[in-house]
Design a protein. Structure first.
Length: 57
């Protein structure tokens, strides 16, 4: 389930171990993803932050 949560809550829960990873969809993602078939497509990036205590790095 996709859920929008306040950044302060996300990072708190990441540090306490409730979350394993935070995935952030940048504001320009929808705009960039629609350029896929253009002659000069833009890179659509997803950002992620992992809980290093869970050995995902």
């Amino acid at each position: 389930m996709l859920k929008e949560t306040l950044p302060s809550t996300l990072f708190y829960r990441l540090e306490e171990g409730t979350y394993y990873m935070i995935v952030t969809i940048p504001d320009d993602f929808p705009e960039n993803i629609t350029t896929l078939m253009d002659k000069t497509p833009e890179t659509a990036k997803l950002l992620y932050t992992v809980n290093s205590a869970k050995n995902f790095e």
